[in-house]
Design a binder for this molecule. Structure first.
Ligand code: PMP
Length: 431
């Protein structure tokens, strides 16, 4: 497989863009490669500028439940553009979008659109602090909630990949209110609440974390957060930027049977256009300007293009529940195929799966925490990544990212992936 054109574009890119990319993990730096540059993508496939085809499991890191450029979503987009791309005054579709989200997520009464997951979590924290009048927030090791200052502490995703989970450039003063507990560690949570529960405004958590590979919150862990937040008057925020509308149409409240006080969305609600949203009970959302004093705004928030794609995406997911059953069936097939390869090759590694999210950890299981995930053999993962890429399978270029399946992935794609996985594992281990 040749990458000559990609390499050329990359050489030019690094001159003008830090690391040649507009988001760090895209650089393939951690796996010691230069990135592929995409020409176009369709369905489950990405095509790079050298004309190589890949079965894509990055899927824009989650938004593309229906795969790349599905006709159902792109059709009619020219008409939306012709009617105007941004107005600075409200549109009807924003109301329709809010209603769809609130209907799907009965734990919340109101939702405010923003432009990214980062904005959603940052804004939700401000609202929770404004509502409770308290400053401290509690997050968990290995969870990534975007790159706002207060949340870049013991973070996951690219921060973990590049070994800087707590970013320089964030003053100590800013993060002195950020408490960090161990994910899935009930005793650690109890201790922090015992010591500081009365000062905590919000707990923010990925109920299933897709940013340290893939680690599911234990039922009793999420329940404990719910119970302690209720007891101490703390706002419980589910960061559903990855899990929202993916693990089920009704997201975590359905999956766990537990409701948060606030929620953050991104990714799927924009179907690949820049979007985010945060929501909560009316009583909480009433502190948001212009009803209340907590300020949060955005020139492009509720943008008509994003609303058009996102709304259609959600309607399709709502009206076709079989998409979720099919996605899960394919994800199970992939999970079982990889497990069977591991067994055949005598490799004692772990596969975690939740809904249509799958992760192969290069370590013995179980992987239930940040510490567990960090035990992975990264050098072996990096070799595996290269072998897989060479066989036309694109996964995130990091051990700490999950594989995202879309409805466009076919059974044949899954079978080809399982075969490539076998060969790539074999080659990476000289077996
Ligand atoms: N929260 C979670 C759980 C995420 O996974 C991400 C991004 N992957 C974010 C927030 C930030 O979203 P964005 O990249 O759109 O700012």
């Amino acid at each position: 497989m040749k990458h000559e054109k990609s390499v050329k574009v990359y050489e030019e890119a690094v001159k003008y863009i830090p690391g040649g990319v507009n988001s760090p993990v895209r650089a393939f730096k951690s796996v010691g490669l230069s990135p592929i540059f995409v020409d176009h993508a369709h369905g489950s496939k990405i095509y790079d500028v050298d004309g190589n085809e890949y079965i894509d499991y990055i899927c824009s890191w989650g938004p593309l439940m229906l795969g790349h450029s599905p006709k159902e979503l792109t059709e009619g987009i020219e008409d939306v553009i012709k009617r105007g791309t941004s107005f600075g005054v409200p549109t009807e579709i924003e109301v329709e979008m809010a209603k769809i989200i609130v209907d799907a997520y009965p734990a919340i009464d109101q939702v405010r659109m923003v432009n990214s997951g980062t904005e959603a979590t940052m804004s939700a924290l401000r609202v929770a602090r404004g509502y409770t009048g308290k400053n401290k927030i509690l997050k968990f090791e290995g969870c990534y909630h975007g790159h706002s200052d207060a949340l870049l502490v013991q973070s996951g995703s690219g921060t973990l990949t590049y070994g800087v989970p707590t970013s320089p450039g964030v003053p100590d003063d800013v993060v002195k209110h950020t408490l960090v507990a161990k994910y899935n560690d009930l005793e650690d949570v109890r201790r922090i609440f015992r010591e500081q529960g009365n000062d905590i405004a919000a707990v923010i958590v990925e109920t299933i974390s897709g940013n340290m590979g893939l680690v599911k919150g234990k039922q009793e862990f999420i329940q404990l957060l719910r119970d302690l937040c209720t007891e101490y008057g703390v706002v419980l925020i589910f960061d559903e930027v990855i899990t929202g509308f993916r693990i089920s149409y009704n997201s975590s409240p359905k999956y766990f049977g537990i409701n948060p006080d606030m929620v953050c969305f991104g990714k799927i609600i924009g179907a690949g256009l820049p979007v985010g949203a945060y929501g909560g009970k009316k009583e909480i959302m009433d502190v948001v300007s212009p009803v209340g004093p907590v300020y949060q705004a955005g020139t492009l928030s509720g943008n008509p293009l994003a609303m058009h794609m996102g709304k259609r995406n959600l309607e399709i997911l709502r009206d076709n529940p079989q998409i979720y059953t099919e996605l899960e069936r394919k994800a199970i097939k992939l999970e079982e195929g990889i497990k069977s390869n591991l067994e055949k090759l005598g490799l004692d590694y772990t596969v975690n799966r939740a809904g249509s999210l799958v992760c192969l950890f290069f370590t013995k299981g179980p992987v239930e925490s940040y510490d567990d995930a960090k035990k992975c053999d990264i050098d072996k993962f990096n070799l595996y990544f290269k072998e897989l890429l060479g066989r036309g399978i694109l996964v995130g270029p990091s051990q700490y990212e999950a594989m995202f399946l879309s409805n466009a992935h076919t059974d044949e794609d899954i079978e080809n992936t399982i075969n490539a996985n076998y060969e790539a594992l074999k080659a990476a281990h000289n077996l």
